[in-house]
Design a protein around this ligand. Structure first.
Ligand code: 6PG
Length: 490
């Protein structure tokens, strides 16, 4: 018979019993308090501090008695209250604030203490900090945390990487608060050394941009092309969500499309300006991919669209001058076309994952990280923003073939992309006839076309380069025999 789980004593501030049941949290804006409550609900005692006492005070007012979260107003007090060796989680804005807190912390910490950065830091910064902390005897971890405030409270997806000596000690802490994935296990695994954890989170975010945008484009084609209402589109999304294309972002979009504006008698979506910001991880994904020599062209379009969205004034000016044409979408069968939109979304999503995982694979080889791709796909099946039905198949593909060059060719993924390709092509053509932008869906299809093609017109580009710059080209009939040059008259 299974043993009854032993109930931990209600956490209260007490002397250290075990070093793994205490954690310090620095940063009490949004994610910090949510994670603090999550840790406390698992019997892990939390000591919290924020640079801004108003945030500490606001959180204090929300705390119930015996919450297991103890807040302090001095950083030194946080350090003193934690048993050695300490574990401290930073939930603060990435960039200079992290270095500034670290400078203060290092003068207070002891050898063997662990610092975990749970923000969206640039992986190169994390690489540097792992080394700097190591030279002071501190074990540094860069941990991707996904799931937003709600996920942080109820179970995020966690991507820790950095100093591997820290892992055995932080594993029970992180696994306790992480979401459970499709296999019932914690959505958390050791990603790799250096900046590996933050790199994987960056690529997660890049794919998040892509997935959000392709859902938005499907919505647009139904809304402006087919003239459907937001509530009707929400119903379509709800139906799709039960199938292979199901995802947290689709579910969220359906909820959004059902909302009414409390101030006006119209759907909430119609009161939201078409301008979306970004904190930078999308751009970091693209820059990192370019540096690795791989293409994340689909993700790139989603990032570019956010940039273009911010240029609202320019778009207004161009709109007024050019007076864009729009044509209603004429389709032979509306239900059939809606089904094709779902298939287009499915294909595009798989192609986004193909690019993201290709980038992870390239980074793993370049930096010697040995990224566990199957486990990464698995830990994204729960808790995180990109969780979706197809991640289970992606995890299975990498489990079968850990050295898979490209997800697109994996059994189970390839067939799905090919099954949905015609729908993707047809939806893009229909949207073009209606003059509805669909840049990310198109980029997904173009990526598929291009990667299947062994007869690209890039031979002409190679010839042009040689023609004006004498850069040379390879002969198709003598591969591996070095560079050749054109004989041009002048
Ligand atoms: C997550 C999200 C999150 C993201 C912010 C803002 O996984 O929980 O990716 O970490 O950074 O929601 O993202 P943008 O401002 O870049 O859209």
């Amino acid at each position: 018979m299974a043993k009854k789980p032993v109930r931990r004593p209600k956490p209260a501030l007490r002397k250290a019993r075990s070093r793994t049941d205490h954690i310090g949290i620095i940063g009490l804006a949004t994610m910090g308090p949510a994670l603090a409550l999550n840790f406390a609900s698992h019997g892990i005692h939390v000591v919290g501090w924020d640079y801004d006492p108003r945030l500490t005070h606001a959180f204090e007012n929300r705390l119930r008695p015996k919450s297991g979260v103890h807040l302090v107003y001095q950083l030194s007090e946080l350090v003193q209250l934690l048993p050695k060796p300490r574990t401290i989680l930073l939930m603060i804005r990435s960039g200079p604030p992290v270095d500034s807190v670290l400078t203060q912390l290092y003068s207070l910490l002891d050898t063997g203490d662990i610092v975990i950065d749970g923000g969206n830091s640039d992986f190169k910064d994390t690489e540097r900090r792992v080394t700097e902390a190591g030279s002071r005897g501190v074990l540094y971890v860069g941990c991707g945390v996904s799931g937003g405030e709600k996920g942080a409270l109820t179970g995020p997806s966690l991507m820790p990487g950095g100093n591997p000596e820290a892992w055995p000690r932080i594993k029970p802490l992180l696994e306790a608060v992480a979401a459970r994935g499709s296999n019932g296990k914690p959505c958390c695994c050791w990603i790799g050394p250096g900046g590996a954890g933050h790199f994987v989170k960056t690529v997660h975010n890049g794919m998040e941009y892509g997935m959000m945008q392709v859902i938005a484009e499907d919505y647009d084609i139904m809304r402006r092309g087919l003239g459907m209402t937001p509530a009707e589109i929400a119903q379509v999304f709800e139906k799709w969500n039960k199938g292979r294309v199901g995802s947290y972002l689709l579910e969220l979009s359906a909820k959004i499309l059902h909302l009414k504006d409390p101030e006006k008698d119209r759907p909430m979506i119609d009161s939201i300006l078409d301008v979306a910001g970004q904190k930078g991880t999308g751009i970091e994904t693209i820059l990192a991919a370019l540096n690795l020599g791989v293409s994340v062209s689909i993700i790139g379009t989603a990032v570019a669209i956010r940039l273009m969205s911010k240029r609202r004034g320019e778009r207004e000016q161009i709109h007024d001058v050019m007076k864009p044409k729009r044509f209603p979408l004429k389709v032979a069968s509306r239900p059939k076309f809606i089904e094709m939109l779902g298939e287009a979304l499915h294909a595009a999503t798989l192609l986004i994952f193909s690019q993201g995982f290709r980038q992870l694979q390239a980074a793993s080889a370049e930096y010697g990280w040995k990224l566990p791709l199957a486990e990464i796909a698995q830990l994204w099946t729960g808790g995180c923003v990109i969780r979706c039905a197809c991640l289970k198949d992606i995890a299975a593909a990498y489990l079968r073939e850990p050295d898979l060059t490209h997800l697109m060719v994996a059994d189970g993924i390839r067939e799905e992309i090919l099954r949905c390709e015609d729908s993707l092509a047809e939806v893009i053509a229909a949207a073009a006839r209606a003059r509805i932008p669909k840049l990310t869906l198109s980029a997904a299809h173009e990526y598929l076309l291009l990667m299947q093609d062994t007869d690209l017109p890039v031979n002409l580009v190679a010839a042009q380069r040689d023609g004006f710059g004498n850069h040379g080209f390879f002969r198709a009939d003598r591969m591996g025999s070095g560079l050749y040059h054109l004989s041009l008259d002048d």
